[in-house]
Design a protein around this ligand. Sequence first.
Ligand SMILES: [Zn+2]
Length: 308
Amino acid sequence: MRKFELTVLGCGAAAPTPYFLTTSQLVNIHDHLILIDAGEGVQLTLRKQRLKFQRIRTILISHMHADHVMGLPGLIASMNLLGRKLELDVYGPKELEGFVKGVWHKTETHVDFQVNFLVLDSKNPTELFRTNSYKVQSFPTKHRIPTCGFRLEELELAWNIKPYSKQKNKMSLQEIIVLKKGKKVIRDNGDILDPSKCCNPPKKARSYVFAADTAYTPKVVEAAKGATLLYHEATFMEEEQEIAKKTMHSTASDAGRVALESGVENLIIGHFSNRYRDLSGLHLEAVEIFKKTVLAVEGKTIFLDRIT
Ligand SMILES: [Zn+2]
């Protein structure tokens, strides 16, 4: 099975502390590396974890709050220092390009490779790009400033033709193409090749949804529908729900509710407030609503086909 892995690099809210770093994640989908958010010090975290940041093709930035972008100007500057030639696509809010280039300008940083800044639509779900094996979409969340979440999803996988059936029925290339799409072939003589008989059905396409920062919103429920794994922020416990409301963040119960309503297979919670040293209370609150919940652990890689 092709790679689909998530490594959480930082899962704390607001500011880095000795306990948690701020938000960033690295996703490996089919050997393409995609960085989601770039909290302060992200380049150091990537290097410590021996994750090759020159291989990152795409960066997705959810919103302009400091704990999600402060690491970006330095990361790209270091890519340049280390001789990068490969183009880089950076999707983010419209203010992002000015912020990053402003830092480079004031620090006399020259970036010689091509960096493409692409502006996200923070109002409507949008497909950002697709390859021949997966697609990436953004969707609006509910936060104090325009913010997007992201859905990374494999494209429909092909049906696998049983080798003996291929030989027995002397299939043509054209027939194989139709059967691989899961469609029936009707031959001129009336014979029918049925994919449910000639093929093994494809494995379910896997998907990962990132939703931070956000208060509870049906928009995230909709965007996360049926995902294999949902990362949802859980900044506070229910006892702090007034602060959660005011700052437009979620409680762990909110995260559990979104997971339940969207019918995802697994939930991972993060973006923890620095007031919590012991995260078991947050975990318990989410688990009470959605059983298959795990806490984000910095540096731990989660494989989407075997989540424990
Ligand atoms: Zn924020």
